[in-house]
Design a protein around this ligand. Structure first.
Ligand SMILES: Cc1cc2nc3c(=O)[nH]c(=O)nc-3n(C[C@H](O)[C@H](O)[C@H](O)COP(=O)(O)OP(=O)(O)OC[C@H]3O[C@@H](n4cnc5c(N)ncnc54)[C@H](O)[C@@H]3O)c2cc1C
Length: 449
């Protein structure tokens, strides 16, 4: 009798979960080691001590074109835990007395977008320029361009930049156009905007992320025959010749055979810390130079949430605060009371070193700027606010950062039985949940059958 080949997956974020399921489906005897108490990686929730309510580490929004992520949620039995819109709807708030919305009709996006742009509440000249810009998305951009270069060369200054492109760039790339790779951003847009109306639509979770990923994972993994160990931090990997020969979990050493696979699904900074000092053994480790971008969220509850007296108007789940700094979006969980909402800041470094009280004060000030000084703004004084700060929320997909992102699979010059995946590998997408899952799919597609 021949024993099954073993696979050790290191890290239980969406990439690690997708890799573990895929390897088990291919007949491997899979063990998944996750350093935290729960799977889910960068999409998780924690309990508020006072209320027992589970709050996410930050708002995560999906798109209809996230096919890999949707398949993972199906596998976990939680695909219904998101509001699945049929078309893109997004609100824009310019200040206390002005808002607009982009609503795509339920037509294929290339047909729907011109129509929606023409109805967007900005001057005609700006709409026409935005329309020309949208049409040129399909031509991509040279690798060395920032998205700001593209905006300038495509005549998208002024309102198209402020209203349409900048919020989209922040939402997808988590940095300002000045720091984002134009080619990566346009590739992501083409995927969302070149197909059916539902591909570009938001999928917004209606439950905390731990309920979608972390909670159901142990059961679903067990059903697939995967052995999950949480609280299992990988502290070292031994290499001899062209193979990883052991995994170190603190004092515990797990022997690895030359036929076994070790799949890292850790984030770039954690993997680089683990193996970066041993570049000669692990091959090309340039990914250690990828920069990180933070995400800061301020979760507000007005009054006691169920009995709201004052709240900002409900303009839908995603509201872009046009020209807003440092918070860029106001977000709501569908089905939540109107007095619950969050402000989100992506890629803004001005919070570095700031205390929670200082961040809360900035968030309240920004609400005053955008919603005027009515009764809601007065009630802000008594709002319950929780701040969540993620320093390494995403890697920065900057111009030429492709050169730092290895293909999912074996590292160039690295051990034969050591493979990597994760959103930061070369998936063709920026740092997204979908990128994480696709990296695992690409890794699996490269395995010998
Ligand atoms: C606040 C926030 C908001 C975001 N918003 C969005 C959004 O709206 N839409 C979107 O698509 N994406 C969003 N993202 C990005 C998205 O979360 C990531 O792209 C995605 O989760 C990456 O998945 P991953 O599996 O590649 O990596 P990770 O989720 O980082 O998973 C890696 C896992 O490895 C584990 N690990 C690390 N070191 C070790 C070790 N030594 N031993 C064992 N395990 C280890 C970690 O604990 C983690 O569970 C957001 C991220 C954050 C933080």
């Amino acid at each position: 009798m021949t024993s099954r080949r073993r696979a050790f997956v290191l890290g239980g974020g969406v990439a690690g979960l997708a890799a573990a399921f895929g390897l088990a489906d291919r007949g491997y005897d899979v063990s998944l080691f996750e350093s935290r108490k729960q799977c889910g990686g960068r999409a998780f929730s924690s309990e508020e001590r006072e209320t027992g309510r589970r709050l996410d580490n930050g708002f995560h929004v999906m798109l209809g074109c996230y096919h890999g992520m949707r398949a993972l949620l199906r596998r976990l039995g939680t695909e219904q835990g998101a509001q699945q819109d049929r078309r893109l709807v997004m609100a824009y708030r310019f200040g206390p007395n002005r808002c607009a919305s982009l609503k795509l009709p339920r037509l294929p996006v290339p047909l729907a977008m011109p129509w929606a742009l023409l109805r967007l509440g900005i001057p005609l000249g700006a709409r026409m320029r935005a329309f020309r810009g949208m049409a040129s998305v399909m031509f991509g951009a040279p690798k060395q361009w920032t998205f700001a270069d593209w905006l300038q060369r495509r005549g998208q200054h002024g309102q198209p930049d402020q209203v349409m492109w900048r919020p989209l760039c922040r939402a997808v790339m988590n940095v300002e156009p000045e720091d984002a790779s134009a080619s990566d951003f346009l590739a992501a847009l083409r995927e969302a905007f070149m197909g059916r109306a539902s591909s570009a639509a938001f999928w917004i979770p209606t439950q905390p992320w731990s309920e979608l990923l972390g909670d159901p994972a142990p059961r679903a993994l067990a059903d697939a025959g995967v052995t999950l160990r949480t609280g299992a931090r990988v502290t070292g990997l031994q290499v001899a010749g062209k193979h990883v020969t052991a995994i170190q979990l603190g004092d515990e050493r797990i022997e690895v055979g030359g036929e076994d696979l070790v799949v890292s699904a850790m984030p770039w900074f954690a993997l680089h810390k683990l193996i970066g000092g041993e570049q000669s053994k692990f091959g090309e480790c340039a990914f250690g130079s990828l920069d990180s971008a933070p995400i800061v969220s301020a979760y507000f509850t007005m009054g006691d949430a169920e009995n709201i007296v004052e709240a900002p108007p409900d303009e839908g789940p995603v509201v872009a605060l046009v020209g807003g700094q440092p918070f860029h979006f106001l977000l709501r969980t569908p089905g939540d009371p109107v007095g619950r909402f969050a402000l989100l800041s992506g890629g803004d470094r001005s919070f570095d070193g700031k205390t929670v009280a200082e961040i809360e004060a900035v968030a309240k000030q920004q609400l005053r700027t955008f919603y005027g000084d009515g009764a809601f703004v007065d009630a802000l004084e008594h709002a319950h606010v929780r701040i969540r700060k993620e320093q390494h929320a995403t890697f920065v997909a900057a111009p030429n950062s492709d050169a730092l992102r290895p293909l999912p699979g074996r590292l160039h010059g690295g051990p034969d039985n050591f493979l990597v995946c994760g959103d930061w590998t070369a998936t063709g997408l920026p740092a997204t949940l979908e990128g994480g899952v696709r990296s695992a799919e690409k890794l699996l597609a490269g395995l010998p059958s």
